[in-house]
Design a protein around this ligand. Structure first.
Ligand SMILES: [Zn+2]
Length: 372
């Protein structure tokens, strides 16, 4: 079982998940620091939770310890008919392994929640390490520290110290396990390519004969390439539970002063980067617009509704446009003439209304537009 290894680059604000970088270089996945934490807070774990509860219930009935002696396979397949062959394949036909892969694959966008941290089925029980709804609630106390709209008069660090009730004592703190790896910068992918280039088709193909097993024993030892490559040092943290990983990321966010805020449009948290205001830049529902665009659009419409001159203008504009687009009772040149005149009058009225916001200005403009 491979361990996850996460590097936190505070200078560039990047998290690298190094877990599979020996397979192929692109497998070192990079995240913006804070993003995994925020994704975890925003994630809707309700489907995962209903599946987790099914497993917990089943294992309680059988008894966690004696599950190997029971006809567990049958029960698992009937409770989880959705677990397809791919999970049985991943787990080499082990039903429990397949269920674990399946469950932890549900929130797969959060790399801290995966089977490499898995050690014990009891972790799926209520309030245990893989009860993500419970964990999400626990982690939310940290949101208070990072949220710039919660007690903005004090800093994130001040909020943290007060919620954790910390003093000047050196006894408190969070322990983390760091791991250092020193390796040749070479990947399994490169090795496999080397094997193909070097050994493919070197043995003549004889139909109906036993395959030559000596060809299959050519390991990395027989590959001269990897020893000549650069040697790299990787430092990273190893976590036993998703909670440890989230705590670690939180502490880095706290240290760097990374702040978050609840988007006024979609209600999800986002990282404040300085130039964005009240909303995130994720797409909002199926509008095809980002929350920022939806917000700007709403503001624009509200402003127009609040200004009586623009309100009257919009009313007349809609009416004239309907007449013109029906092509029945308004010719194109007439429509253009009206538009230009109306725009001129609108600007005059706007100016007058700003100087003196009176009913008379509105009524004059209404009369000009023939509005009721
Ligand atoms: Zn949003």
């Amino acid at each position: 079982m491979s361990e996850n290894l996460f590097t936190y680059d505070l200078t560039n604000r990047i998290i690298t998940d190094n877990s599979f970088r020996d397979y192929a270089p692109e497998n070192a996945i990079k995240y913006s620091l804070g993003q995994i934490f925020v994704n975890f807070i925003n994630y809707d774990f309700s489907f995962y939770d209903s599946e987790r509860k099914k497993l917990d219930k089943l294992l309680k009935q059988i008894d966690y310890i004696y599950y190997r002696n029971s006809n567990l396979d049958e029960s698992l397949r009937s409770v989880f008919p959705c677990v397809q062959d791919k999970y049985y394949e991943l787990s080499h036909g082990d039903s429990m392994g397949a269920i674990v892969e399946y469950l932890l694959d549900i929130p797969h966008i959060i790399p801290y929640c995966n089977s490499t941290m898995f050690t014990d089925y009891k972790q799926f029980a209520e309030h245990q390490a893989l009860d993500f709804v419970f964990l999400q609630n626990e982690i939310k106390k940290y949101v208070f520290c990072l949220d710039m709209d919660c007690q903005p008069e004090i800093t994130s660090l001040q909020k943290y110290v007060s919620t954790e009730d910390l003093s000047f004592s050196m006894h408190d703190g969070i322990l983390q396990k760091e791991k250092t790896i020193i390796r040749h910068k070479y990947s399994w992918e490169e090795h496999v390519n080397y094997e193909i280039e070097t050994y493919a088709n070197t043995v003549p193909f004889i139909p109906n004969s036993e395959p030559d097993s000596s060809v299959l024993t050519l390991g990395i030892e027989n590959n001269p390439n990897w020893r000549n490559t650069e040697i790299e040092i990787i430092h990273g943290y190893v976590f036993e539970t998703p909670k440890e990983a989230l705590q670690c990321e939180f502490l880095k966010m706290l240290e760097l002063g990374i702040k978050i805020r609840k988007c006024t449009v979609c209600g999800k948290y986002f990282i404040v980067t300085g130039h964005n205001g009240n909303c995130c830049d994720n797409l909002y529902k199926d509008t095809g617009l980002t929350c920022q665009q939806v917000f700007a659009d709403r503001n624009y419409k509200n402003k127009r509704k609040q200004n009586p001159i623009l309100k009257e203008y919009d009313k007349a504009y809609k009416r004239m446009y309907a007449r013109y687009s029906n092509k029945k009772n308004l010719a194109s040149d007439e429509y253009t003439k009206w538009k230009n005149e109306a725009a001129r009058e609108r600007d005059k009225a706007l100016e007058a209304y700003t100087k003196n916001p009176s009913e008379a200005v509105i009524n004059n403009f209404k009369q000009f537009l023939h509005n009721k």
